[in-house]
Design a binder for this molecule. Structure first.
Ligand SMILES: C[S@@+](CC[C@H](N)C(=O)[O-])C[C@H]1O[C@@H](n2cnc3c(N)ncnc32)[C@H](O)[C@@H]1O
Length: 214
């Protein structure tokens, strides 16, 4: 394998970090080298001070570049591999819709995961800030069967997953908190799926203060 245009490299245990243009690095690998590729690409003109987020004249240039690096990923991805791509929607992130549309025509849609940030982040004062990111998961072909070991991502505090079905709002048998397992995994923020107790009884009313101007 050859690594072209690598500006810096670091070894960490069995891993290797290469700092370089992604497409150039991927060109140095043989086909079917990777089982999983996880990409957190630039958003496109969201972070106005970052040069790397403003490298394209217009949205179509960004989409064209996206197709280029995804094709480079695809060449080195195993037939049973997965490509995970982070992205989000928001006032300045609507291009993510076009990315998802273009890429699900380029590869096979596998999954859409949600990374819940719980509280979002605070930097913006002109719009709500995205509270979660999406992770678009793609596989090579419709009949590909990517390996996925669910047991390694299970919550260690849940001893018996079948307990969770007791009282699950999805099964229409009542609210959260009816089983001990649900109690153990209840999170501090209300967006965790196990903490939803069906329709909320609490009424929030009308805000007493006018909102501050943006
Ligand atoms: C949304 S950020 C990802 C940040 C990363 N997840 C982290 O936590 O540091 C996008 C990153 O892509 C990098 N980047 C931009 N263009 C690139 C390219 N052509 N090849 C490889 N990386 C690139 C930027 O330097 C930036 O760090």
């Amino acid at each position: 394998m050859k690594h072209r245009a690598v500006t810096t490299s670091y070894s960490i245990g069995k891993g290797l970090i290469l700092q370089a243009d992604a497409i150039k690095v991927l060109e140095g690998y043989e086909g079917e080298s990777f089982q999983l590729i996880l990409a957190d690409p630039p958003y496109y003109q969201v972070l106005v001070e970052q040069e790397w987020d403003n490298a394209w004249q217009e949205a179509n240039d960004y989409l064209e570049w996206t197709l280029q690096w995804v094709r480079a990923c695809r060449k080195v991805l195993r037939p049973d591999g997965l490509l995970y791509i982070f992205g989000q929607l928001g006032k300045r992130e609507h291009i993510w819709l076009h990315v998802c549309s273009a890429l699900t025509r380029e590869m096979q849609f596998h999954d859409m995961l949600i990374w819940d940030r719980a509280v979002g982040y605070n930097e913006r004062s002109d719009s709500f800030t995205p509270q979660y990111e999406m992770i678009l998961a793609l596989r090579q072909t419709s009949d590909a069967r990517p390996h996925f070991d669910k047991s390694v991502v299970r919550c260690p505090t849940i001893k018996n997953y079948s307990d969770l079905s007791t009282g699950s709002p999805l099964q229409g048998k009542g609210g959260a908190g009816k089983s001990s397992a649900q109690g153990k995994v209840r999170h501090q923020h209300s967006t965790h799926p196990f903490s939803q107790g069906g329709p909320q009884k609490k009424r929030w009313g009308i805000p007493r203060k006018n909102p501050s101007p943006l």
